[in-house]
Design a protein around this ligand. Structure first.
Ligand code: ADP
Length: 397
């Protein structure tokens, strides 16, 4: 079975074509700057790469271009579009309507439209991508895999905010949590690596990238997570502020005469480690600047490491203990110094990092000492394979 995995952002489309007989990635790529003058497609297959620069006005054209290149005589990997058995779509917000991945029907599309109210930045491009694929491949089943679904097992005490209850009932104001596909993948993978059933483990997964979230996974289920109603909450991120006192929002809006749109931009795009350092949202740049003595870059890193460590402590308390801490995503997989700084001081929990084992990037690895009662692992995430597996399971039924 061959599955196309599609992840549409507002101006981008990432894809992977996966042969599910052996989970081999046949080809993958990225369409960037959709709707802009300098849009382009980067396609990779069998160790080769092709970049096509051309006007790509919308997602419909982007999907067409991807299918053209996948079936191209030179750089394609399939003879025709008919070789694609199903399409799996990443969808950011599934609200309370979706606790699992689902086959996309007309009713599902209606429910997705409703969820857009909660994720106005993320869900509309996901829906545009689904519609484009449906129009171009009308007979191919399409499956939606949600970032929020894994967290639907959180108990009410973890997902409710201390606001009037009717805001939850009428407006769906609650913690949803994100990165669920990644948290679910890493939990399964670390259990496999350890040779222990996931149902026997209390895992704290630290997904640290441009966007970061931690998840408390108790015996296979998400019981708490740091992101909230939107992906803005939790720890400090590349450009997002993470948790702040809500009164700051009203105070700044009043003082600086900001519109909701301006305020939204400030907390989503101008804050986080970028806002603190004034240098960059990229952790490599921050590390370089801090090494050269930039104090604000160092402060941004210190804040990030401290906040992640604090949440690890909180989730250990939430689960009555922890068996494994996992690091994943760009910073989690590659940030050797970041992991060391985060784990410093966690020895009281029984989590001891081994500096030599920690000298690793981008592969499954145990990085705690032999006498560490809490195991610490690096587990590279793979949201695409999770989307493809769910899609295969659903269309095989
Ligand atoms: P996204 O949330 O956009 O998927 P990623 O998971 O790709 O983000 O993570 C991007 C982040 O990972 C960037 O801040 C980048 O600097 C960081 N990163 C990548 N490689 C390294 C590295 N070697 N050391 C520290 N950080 C790294």
């Amino acid at each position: 079975m061959i599955i196309l995995v599609v992840n549409c952002g507002s101006s981008s489309l990432k894809y992977q074509l996966i042969n599910m007989d052996n989970e081999e990635v046949m080809a993958k790529g990225l369409v960037e700057k959709i709707g802009l003058a300098d849009s382009q497609l980067t396609h990779k297959w069998s160790g080769q790469k092709k970049v096509i620069q051309q006007a790509i006005p919308d997602h419909h054209v982007a999907v067409k271009l991807v299918l053209d290149i996948l079936t191209d005589p030179q750089c394609g990997v399939i003879k025709s579009m008919d070789a694609i058995d199903a399409v799996g779509h990443r969808v950011v917000h599934g609200g309370e309507a979706f606790s699992k991945s689902t086959l996309i029907t007309d009713e599902v599309m209606q429910a997705l439209e409703k969820c857009s109210a909660y994720a106005p930045l993320h869900n509309p491009p996901n829906i545009v991508g689904i519609n484009a694929c449906k129009a171009i491949m009308p007979n191919v089943p399409q499956v939606a895999v949600f970032d929020t679904a894994f967290h639907q097992t959180m108990p009410a005490k973890a997902f409710m905010y201390g606001l009037p209850y009717e805001l939850y009932q009428k407006d769906g104001i609650r913690r949803y949590g994100f990165h669920g596909t990644s948290h679910r993948y890493v939990a399964g993978e670390v259990a496999k690596v350890m040779g222990v059933p996931v149902e026997k483990l209390r895992i704290i997964n630290c997904h640290l990238g441009n966007g970061s979230s931690l998840c408390a996974i108790k015996y296979g289920k998400s019981v708490d997570t740091t992101m909230g109603f939107t992906p803005l909450a939790g720890v400090l991120m590349g450009t997002r502020c993470g948790d702040i006192d809500p009164a700051i929002v009203t105070t700044i809006m009043e003082k600086r005469h900001l519109s909701t749109k301006d305020m939204d931009k400030l907390v989503n795009k101008e804050s986080g480690v970028l806002g603190i350092s004034g240098v960059s949202s990229d952790f490599r740049d921050l590390g370089d600047a801090a090494a050269k003595g930039n104090k604000r870059a160092q402060l941004a890193l210190d804040m990030f490491h401290y906040q992640v460590r604090k949440e690890i402590g909180a989730f250990a308390a939430a689960m009555g203990g922890v068996d494994v801490i996992t690091f994943t995503a760009g910073v989690g997989e590659n940030g050797i110094e970041d992991r060391a700084a985060i784990c410093q001081g966690l020895e009281f929990l029984g989590a001891k990092l081994d500096p030599e084992r920690n000298n690793v990037r981008g592969k499954d690895a145990l990085i705690s000492t032999d006498d560490s009662t809490v195991k610490i692992y690096v587990i590279p995430t793979n949201e695409e394979i999770m989307i493809a597996r769910d899609t295969k399971d659903i269309v095989s039924k």
